[in-house]
Design a protein around this ligand. Structure first.
Ligand code: PGA
Ligand code: ZN
Length: 412
Protein backbone atom coordinates (compact mmCIF):
# COMPACT_ATOMS: atom_id res chain seq x y z
CA UNK A 1 0.00 0.00 0.00
CA UNK A 2 1.69 3.18 -1.14
CA UNK A 3 0.60 6.74 -0.55
CA UNK A 4 2.95 8.19 -3.19
CA UNK A 5 1.12 10.70 -5.39
CA UNK A 6 0.53 9.12 -8.80
CA UNK A 7 -1.62 11.75 -10.44
CA UNK A 8 -3.05 15.21 -9.87
CA UNK A 9 -5.79 16.89 -11.87
CA UNK A 10 -7.34 20.34 -11.69
CA UNK A 11 -10.69 21.49 -13.03
CA UNK A 12 -12.80 24.63 -12.99
CA UNK A 13 -16.17 24.15 -11.28
CA UNK A 14 -19.08 26.31 -10.08
CA UNK A 15 -19.42 27.72 -6.60
CA UNK A 16 -22.72 28.53 -4.87
CA UNK A 17 -22.74 32.09 -6.25
CA UNK A 18 -22.31 30.80 -9.80
CA UNK A 19 -18.67 31.91 -9.90
CA UNK A 20 -15.75 29.78 -10.98
CA UNK A 21 -13.60 27.99 -8.45
CA UNK A 22 -11.14 25.10 -8.61
CA UNK A 23 -11.33 21.44 -7.70
CA UNK A 24 -8.34 19.13 -7.30
CA UNK A 25 -8.15 15.33 -7.61
CA UNK A 26 -5.16 13.53 -6.11
CA UNK A 27 -4.61 9.84 -6.82
CA UNK A 28 -2.21 7.54 -5.00
CA UNK A 29 -1.74 3.81 -5.63
CA UNK A 30 -4.44 2.93 -3.13
CA UNK A 31 -6.16 6.23 -2.40
CA UNK A 32 -7.99 9.23 -3.77
CA UNK A 33 -8.69 12.75 -2.49
CA UNK A 34 -10.91 15.41 -4.04
CA UNK A 35 -11.25 18.95 -2.64
CA UNK A 36 -12.88 22.11 -4.00
CA UNK A 37 -11.99 25.58 -2.74
CA UNK A 38 -14.54 28.18 -1.54
CA UNK A 39 -14.45 31.99 -1.99
CA UNK A 40 -15.25 34.95 0.23
CA UNK A 41 -17.17 38.15 -0.50
CA UNK A 42 -16.11 40.14 2.57
CA UNK A 43 -12.49 39.05 2.39
CA UNK A 44 -9.83 40.31 4.80
CA UNK A 45 -7.25 42.65 3.24
CA UNK A 46 -4.35 40.42 4.38
CA UNK A 47 -5.69 37.09 3.10
CA UNK A 48 -3.58 35.34 0.49
CA UNK A 49 -4.77 36.06 -3.05
CA UNK A 50 -7.51 33.52 -3.86
CA UNK A 51 -7.09 33.05 -7.59
CA UNK A 52 -3.99 33.16 -9.80
CA UNK A 53 -3.34 36.67 -11.04
CA UNK A 54 -3.08 35.39 -14.63
CA UNK A 55 -6.58 33.85 -14.33
CA UNK A 56 -7.85 30.35 -13.58
CA UNK A 57 -7.86 29.17 -17.23
CA UNK A 58 -4.20 30.09 -17.81
CA UNK A 59 -3.19 28.32 -14.60
CA UNK A 60 -5.17 25.22 -15.61
CA UNK A 61 -3.39 25.18 -18.98
CA UNK A 62 0.02 25.52 -17.35
CA UNK A 63 -0.79 23.02 -14.56
CA UNK A 64 0.49 19.78 -16.28
CA UNK A 65 3.98 21.27 -16.75
CA UNK A 66 4.17 23.70 -13.84
CA UNK A 67 2.65 21.84 -10.90
CA UNK A 68 2.06 18.16 -11.64
CA UNK A 69 5.69 17.04 -12.17
CA UNK A 70 6.72 18.68 -8.89
CA UNK A 71 4.23 16.65 -6.86
CA UNK A 72 4.00 13.25 -8.58
CA UNK A 73 6.08 10.74 -6.62
CA UNK A 74 5.89 12.66 -3.33
CA UNK A 75 4.40 10.75 -0.39
CA UNK A 76 0.93 12.19 0.29
CA UNK A 77 1.57 11.84 4.02
CA UNK A 78 4.28 14.49 3.75
CA UNK A 79 1.86 17.39 3.93
CA UNK A 80 4.40 19.96 5.14
CA UNK A 81 6.71 19.00 2.27
CA UNK A 82 3.86 19.30 -0.23
CA UNK A 83 2.98 22.74 1.14
CA UNK A 84 6.61 23.87 0.90
CA UNK A 85 6.76 22.69 -2.70
CA UNK A 86 3.58 24.62 -3.50
CA UNK A 87 5.00 27.79 -1.98
CA UNK A 88 8.20 27.34 -3.95
CA UNK A 89 6.34 26.84 -7.23
CA UNK A 90 4.25 29.93 -6.46
CA UNK A 91 7.27 32.06 -5.63
CA UNK A 92 5.34 35.03 -4.16
CA UNK A 93 4.65 35.87 -0.53
CA UNK A 94 0.87 36.01 -0.95
CA UNK A 95 0.33 32.99 -3.22
CA UNK A 96 -0.85 35.28 -6.01
CA UNK A 97 0.83 33.26 -8.75
CA UNK A 98 -0.84 29.88 -8.12
CA UNK A 99 -3.71 31.35 -6.09
CA UNK A 100 -4.41 30.40 -2.47
CA UNK A 101 -7.52 28.55 -3.57
CA UNK A 102 -5.44 26.31 -5.82
CA UNK A 103 -2.80 25.67 -3.16
CA UNK A 104 -5.34 25.00 -0.42
CA UNK A 105 -7.32 22.60 -2.59
CA UNK A 106 -4.10 20.70 -3.46
CA UNK A 107 -2.92 20.69 0.16
CA UNK A 108 -6.24 19.37 1.51
CA UNK A 109 -6.73 16.89 -1.36
CA UNK A 110 -3.26 15.46 -0.65
CA UNK A 111 -4.25 14.94 2.99
CA UNK A 112 -7.49 13.30 1.91
CA UNK A 113 -5.64 11.02 -0.49
CA UNK A 114 -3.22 10.05 2.29
CA UNK A 115 -6.14 9.24 4.61
CA UNK A 116 -7.82 7.28 1.85
CA UNK A 117 -4.58 5.36 1.18
CA UNK A 118 -4.83 4.12 4.76
CA UNK A 119 -8.55 3.57 4.38
CA UNK A 120 -9.41 5.93 7.23
CA UNK A 121 -11.47 9.14 7.20
CA UNK A 122 -9.66 12.48 7.09
CA UNK A 123 -10.68 13.53 10.62
CA UNK A 124 -9.01 10.42 12.03
CA UNK A 125 -5.93 10.73 9.85
CA UNK A 126 -5.38 14.35 10.94
CA UNK A 127 -6.70 14.05 14.46
CA UNK A 128 -4.62 11.17 15.72
CA UNK A 129 -5.98 10.18 19.09
CA UNK A 130 -9.29 11.90 19.14
CA UNK A 131 -11.20 13.33 22.04
CA UNK A 132 -14.30 12.11 20.20
CA UNK A 133 -15.73 15.59 20.27
CA UNK A 134 -18.13 17.09 17.75
CA UNK A 135 -18.25 20.87 17.24
CA UNK A 136 -21.39 22.91 17.83
CA UNK A 137 -22.71 24.35 14.55
CA UNK A 138 -23.08 28.13 14.22
CA UNK A 139 -26.09 28.36 11.92
CA UNK A 140 -26.69 31.37 9.70
CA UNK A 141 -30.25 32.70 10.03
CA UNK A 142 -30.41 36.21 8.53
CA UNK A 143 -28.02 37.66 5.94
CA UNK A 144 -27.18 41.34 5.52
CA UNK A 145 -24.23 43.48 4.47
CA UNK A 146 -22.15 42.10 1.60
CA UNK A 147 -24.13 38.83 1.62
CA UNK A 148 -27.57 40.27 0.81
CA UNK A 149 -29.38 43.06 -1.08
CA UNK A 150 -29.41 46.73 -0.23
CA UNK A 151 -32.52 46.79 1.99
CA UNK A 152 -31.28 43.97 4.20
CA UNK A 153 -29.69 44.79 7.60
CA UNK A 154 -26.17 46.29 7.69
CA UNK A 155 -25.02 43.53 10.07
CA UNK A 156 -23.75 40.74 7.82
CA UNK A 157 -24.74 37.61 9.74
CA UNK A 158 -27.32 36.80 12.40
CA UNK A 159 -26.29 33.38 13.69
CA UNK A 160 -27.39 30.92 16.36
CA UNK A 161 -25.66 28.19 18.39
CA UNK A 162 -27.66 25.32 19.96
CA UNK A 163 -25.47 25.21 23.08
CA UNK A 164 -27.89 22.85 24.83
CA UNK A 165 -27.77 20.14 22.14
CA UNK A 166 -26.66 16.67 23.24
CA UNK A 167 -25.44 15.57 19.82
CA UNK A 168 -24.90 16.93 16.32
CA UNK A 169 -28.19 15.66 14.97
CA UNK A 170 -30.10 17.50 17.71
CA UNK A 171 -27.95 20.56 17.04
CA UNK A 172 -28.45 20.82 13.27
CA UNK A 173 -32.19 20.19 13.54
CA UNK A 174 -32.49 22.81 16.30
CA UNK A 175 -30.77 25.29 13.96
CA UNK A 176 -33.07 24.44 11.08
CA UNK A 177 -36.10 24.90 13.40
CA UNK A 178 -34.86 28.36 14.35
CA UNK A 179 -34.30 29.16 10.65
CA UNK A 180 -37.90 28.16 9.86
CA UNK A 181 -39.28 30.13 12.81
CA UNK A 182 -37.31 33.24 11.81
CA UNK A 183 -38.78 32.95 8.30
CA UNK A 184 -42.29 32.89 9.80
CA UNK A 185 -41.58 35.85 12.08
CA UNK A 186 -40.17 37.89 9.20
CA UNK A 187 -43.35 37.23 7.19
CA UNK A 188 -45.46 38.51 10.09
CA UNK A 189 -43.34 41.67 10.38
CA UNK A 190 -43.20 42.30 6.63
CA UNK A 191 -46.19 40.94 4.76
CA UNK A 192 -44.47 41.75 1.44
CA UNK A 193 -41.47 39.50 2.23
CA UNK A 194 -40.88 37.21 -0.74
CA UNK A 195 -38.81 34.60 1.09
CA UNK A 196 -35.48 35.58 -0.45
CA UNK A 197 -32.22 34.29 1.00
CA UNK A 198 -28.66 35.61 0.98
CA UNK A 199 -25.33 34.02 0.08
CA UNK A 200 -25.10 31.75 3.13
CA UNK A 201 -28.71 30.54 3.16
CA UNK A 202 -29.98 32.95 5.81
CA UNK A 203 -33.08 35.02 5.06
CA UNK A 204 -32.43 38.35 3.31
CA UNK A 205 -35.27 40.52 4.63
CA UNK A 206 -36.09 44.21 4.33
CA UNK A 207 -35.55 44.78 8.06
CA UNK A 208 -33.64 47.20 10.27
CA UNK A 209 -30.77 45.84 12.35
CA UNK A 210 -32.86 46.05 15.54
CA UNK A 211 -35.91 44.37 13.98
CA UNK A 212 -33.65 41.55 12.82
CA UNK A 213 -32.06 41.29 16.30
CA UNK A 214 -35.49 41.15 17.96
CA UNK A 215 -36.73 38.44 15.59
CA UNK A 216 -33.51 36.44 16.03
CA UNK A 217 -33.77 36.60 19.80
CA UNK A 218 -37.49 35.76 19.88
CA UNK A 219 -36.98 32.72 17.62
CA UNK A 220 -34.14 31.49 19.87
CA UNK A 221 -36.38 31.77 22.94
CA UNK A 222 -39.36 30.08 21.30
CA UNK A 223 -37.37 27.14 19.90
CA UNK A 224 -35.46 26.77 23.19
CA UNK A 225 -38.78 26.57 25.07
CA UNK A 226 -40.40 24.19 22.59
CA UNK A 227 -37.47 21.76 22.24
CA UNK A 228 -35.76 22.10 25.61
CA UNK A 229 -32.49 22.77 23.72
CA UNK A 230 -30.94 26.07 24.72
CA UNK A 231 -30.23 28.08 21.53
CA UNK A 232 -28.23 31.30 21.81
CA UNK A 233 -27.99 34.22 19.34
CA UNK A 234 -24.68 35.26 17.78
CA UNK A 235 -23.46 37.75 15.16
CA UNK A 236 -20.82 38.47 12.54
CA UNK A 237 -20.78 42.22 11.91
CA UNK A 238 -18.09 42.22 9.17
CA UNK A 239 -17.88 45.98 9.77
CA UNK A 240 -14.81 46.71 7.61
CA UNK A 241 -17.40 47.01 4.84
CA UNK A 242 -19.23 49.72 6.84
CA UNK A 243 -16.10 51.79 7.69
CA UNK A 244 -15.77 55.02 5.70
CA UNK A 245 -12.36 56.00 7.09
CA UNK A 246 -13.61 57.60 10.30
CA UNK A 247 -16.98 56.03 11.14
CA UNK A 248 -19.05 52.89 10.76
CA UNK A 249 -21.92 53.85 8.46
CA UNK A 250 -25.13 51.92 9.15
CA UNK A 251 -27.06 53.05 6.09
CA UNK A 252 -30.10 50.87 6.89
CA UNK A 253 -30.54 52.86 10.13
CA UNK A 254 -29.20 56.17 8.86
CA UNK A 255 -26.72 56.17 11.76
CA UNK A 256 -22.92 56.48 11.89
CA UNK A 257 -20.81 55.34 14.82
CA UNK A 258 -17.20 56.21 15.63
CA UNK A 259 -15.03 53.55 17.25
CA UNK A 260 -16.10 54.41 20.80
CA UNK A 261 -19.76 54.39 19.81
CA UNK A 262 -19.31 51.11 17.95
CA UNK A 263 -17.85 49.51 21.08
CA UNK A 264 -20.79 50.81 23.15
CA UNK A 265 -23.24 49.55 20.53
CA UNK A 266 -21.69 46.06 20.64
CA UNK A 267 -21.65 46.01 24.46
CA UNK A 268 -25.31 47.01 24.50
CA UNK A 269 -26.26 44.31 21.98
CA UNK A 270 -24.33 41.65 23.91
CA UNK A 271 -26.13 42.63 27.14
CA UNK A 272 -29.61 43.06 25.71
CA UNK A 273 -29.69 39.94 23.56
CA UNK A 274 -27.34 37.72 25.64
CA UNK A 275 -25.13 37.15 22.63
CA UNK A 276 -23.09 33.95 22.81
CA UNK A 277 -20.57 34.84 20.09
CA UNK A 278 -19.73 38.04 18.21
CA UNK A 279 -17.40 37.89 15.21
CA UNK A 280 -15.57 40.93 13.84
CA UNK A 281 -17.23 43.56 16.04
CA UNK A 282 -14.70 46.11 14.75
CA UNK A 283 -12.84 46.74 11.52
CA UNK A 284 -9.98 44.46 10.57
CA UNK A 285 -7.05 46.72 11.55
CA UNK A 286 -8.41 47.86 14.92
CA UNK A 287 -6.45 45.68 17.36
CA UNK A 288 -6.90 48.30 20.05
CA UNK A 289 -10.69 48.28 19.71
CA UNK A 290 -10.73 44.47 19.80
CA UNK A 291 -8.61 44.52 22.98
CA UNK A 292 -10.85 47.08 24.70
CA UNK A 293 -14.02 45.19 23.85
CA UNK A 294 -12.51 41.83 24.88
CA UNK A 295 -11.47 43.35 28.21
CA UNK A 296 -14.99 44.61 28.76
CA UNK A 297 -17.13 41.66 27.67
CA UNK A 298 -14.75 38.74 26.98
CA UNK A 299 -15.84 36.95 30.18
CA UNK A 300 -19.46 36.66 29.02
CA UNK A 301 -19.24 36.52 25.22
CA UNK A 302 -16.95 34.89 22.68
CA UNK A 303 -15.26 37.71 20.74
CA UNK A 304 -13.99 36.21 17.51
CA UNK A 305 -11.59 37.63 14.93
CA UNK A 306 -12.01 36.75 11.26
CA UNK A 307 -10.85 39.51 8.88
CA UNK A 308 -8.43 40.81 11.53
CA UNK A 309 -6.47 37.51 11.81
CA UNK A 310 -7.12 35.91 8.38
CA UNK A 311 -6.01 32.49 9.77
CA UNK A 312 -2.44 33.87 9.85
CA UNK A 313 -0.31 32.79 12.84
CA UNK A 314 1.91 35.89 12.71
CA UNK A 315 -1.09 38.20 12.87
CA UNK A 316 -2.73 36.05 15.54
CA UNK A 317 0.48 36.37 17.63
CA UNK A 318 0.06 40.13 17.57
CA UNK A 319 -3.57 39.73 18.62
CA UNK A 320 -2.61 37.41 21.48
CA UNK A 321 0.04 39.85 22.69
CA UNK A 322 -2.54 42.65 22.75
CA UNK A 323 -5.45 40.62 24.14
CA UNK A 324 -7.50 41.21 21.02
CA UNK A 325 -10.43 38.73 20.87
CA UNK A 326 -10.65 35.31 22.53
CA UNK A 327 -11.51 33.25 19.46
CA UNK A 328 -10.39 33.02 15.85
CA UNK A 329 -12.13 32.05 12.63
CA UNK A 330 -10.23 29.35 10.76
CA UNK A 331 -10.67 29.50 6.98
CA UNK A 332 -7.97 27.41 5.28
CA UNK A 333 -8.13 29.37 2.04
CA UNK A 334 -7.31 32.62 3.87
CA UNK A 335 -3.79 31.26 4.45
CA UNK A 336 -3.52 28.81 1.55
CA UNK A 337 -2.23 25.53 3.01
CA UNK A 338 -3.25 22.88 5.52
CA UNK A 339 0.04 23.06 7.43
CA UNK A 340 -0.24 26.84 7.91
CA UNK A 341 -3.86 26.42 8.96
CA UNK A 342 -2.81 23.79 11.50
CA UNK A 343 -0.07 26.03 12.87
CA UNK A 344 -2.60 28.84 13.46
CA UNK A 345 -5.02 26.44 15.18
CA UNK A 346 -2.26 25.18 17.50
CA UNK A 347 -1.18 28.72 18.37
CA UNK A 348 -4.80 29.63 19.12
CA UNK A 349 -5.36 26.60 21.34
CA UNK A 350 -2.09 27.08 23.21
CA UNK A 351 -3.23 30.60 24.09
CA UNK A 352 -6.84 29.76 24.95
CA UNK A 353 -8.26 31.29 21.79
CA UNK A 354 -11.20 29.21 20.58
CA UNK A 355 -10.68 28.02 16.99
CA UNK A 356 -13.88 28.27 14.94
CA UNK A 357 -13.59 26.40 11.65
CA UNK A 358 -15.58 28.23 8.97
CA UNK A 359 -17.06 28.03 5.49
CA UNK A 360 -16.93 30.99 3.06
CA UNK A 361 -19.92 32.77 1.60
CA UNK A 362 -19.18 31.23 -1.81
CA UNK A 363 -19.08 27.46 -1.21
CA UNK A 364 -19.27 24.12 -2.98
CA UNK A 365 -20.64 20.80 -1.76
CA UNK A 366 -17.14 19.94 -0.50
CA UNK A 367 -17.38 18.62 3.06
CA UNK A 368 -13.72 18.81 4.12
CA UNK A 369 -14.14 21.48 6.82
CA UNK A 370 -16.37 19.11 8.80
CA UNK A 371 -13.36 16.77 9.10
CA UNK A 372 -10.99 19.64 9.90
CA UNK A 373 -13.22 20.93 12.71
CA UNK A 374 -13.28 17.48 14.36
CA UNK A 375 -9.57 16.82 13.78
CA UNK A 376 -8.58 20.21 15.21
CA UNK A 377 -10.85 19.79 18.24
CA UNK A 378 -12.64 23.03 17.32
CA UNK A 379 -15.60 23.60 19.68
CA UNK A 380 -17.50 25.50 16.97
CA UNK A 381 -18.00 25.15 13.22
CA UNK A 382 -19.58 27.91 11.18
CA UNK A 383 -21.20 26.45 8.12
CA UNK A 384 -24.71 27.78 7.66
CA UNK A 385 -27.95 26.03 8.55
CA UNK A 386 -29.60 25.13 5.26
CA UNK A 387 -28.79 25.04 1.53
CA UNK A 388 -26.99 22.27 -0.40
CA UNK A 389 -23.46 23.62 -0.02
CA UNK A 390 -24.05 24.21 3.72
CA UNK A 391 -25.76 20.92 4.58
CA UNK A 392 -22.94 19.04 2.80
CA UNK A 393 -20.81 19.85 5.87
CA UNK A 394 -23.57 19.40 8.47
CA UNK A 395 -24.64 16.02 7.14
CA UNK A 396 -20.99 14.92 7.07
CA UNK A 397 -20.78 15.80 10.78
CA UNK A 398 -23.81 13.57 11.40
CA UNK A 399 -21.96 10.73 9.61
CA UNK A 400 -18.74 11.40 11.54
CA UNK A 401 -20.61 11.31 14.84
CA UNK A 402 -22.15 7.99 13.83
CA UNK A 403 -18.67 6.55 13.19
CA UNK A 404 -17.27 7.62 16.56
CA UNK A 405 -17.31 5.11 19.35
CA UNK A 406 -18.23 7.48 22.17
CA UNK A 407 -19.15 10.86 20.67
CA UNK A 408 -19.99 13.92 22.73
CA UNK A 409 -20.39 17.60 22.01
CA UNK A 410 -17.29 19.78 22.40
CA UNK A 411 -16.43 21.66 25.56
CA UNK A 412 -15.53 25.33 25.55
P1 PGA B 1 -16.75 35.70 3.38
O1 PGA B 1 -17.22 35.95 4.86
O2 PGA B 1 -17.75 36.39 2.50
O3 PGA B 1 -15.42 36.41 3.32
O4 PGA B 1 -16.65 34.25 3.14
C1 PGA B 1 -17.96 35.06 5.55
C2 PGA B 1 -17.74 35.27 7.01
O5 PGA B 1 -17.19 36.29 7.39
O6 PGA B 1 -18.07 34.43 7.78
ZN1 ZN C 1 -16.60 36.85 9.23
Amino acid sequence: MSSAIENIEIRKILDSRGNATVEIDITTESGFGRVAAPSGASTGALEVVAFPEAGIDKLINAFPERVKPELVGINAEEIVLVDDILKKIDGTDNLSSLGGNVTVAISLAVAKAAASSHDIPLYLFLGGKLKNEIPYPLGNMINGGAHAGKNAPDIQEFLVVPVGAQNISEAVFANSSVHKRIGELIKVKDTRFTGGKGDEGGWAPNLSNYDALNIQSRACEEISDETGINVRPSLDLAPSALWDGSKYVYSREGVSRDTGEQIEFIEEIIDTYKMFFVEDPLREDDFEGFSELTRKVGDKCIICGDDIFVTNSNILSEGIARGAANAIIIKPNQIGTLSDTYQTVQLAKNNNYIPVVSHRSGETTDETIAHLAVAFGAPLIKTGAIGGERIAKLNELIRIEEQMTDPKMATF
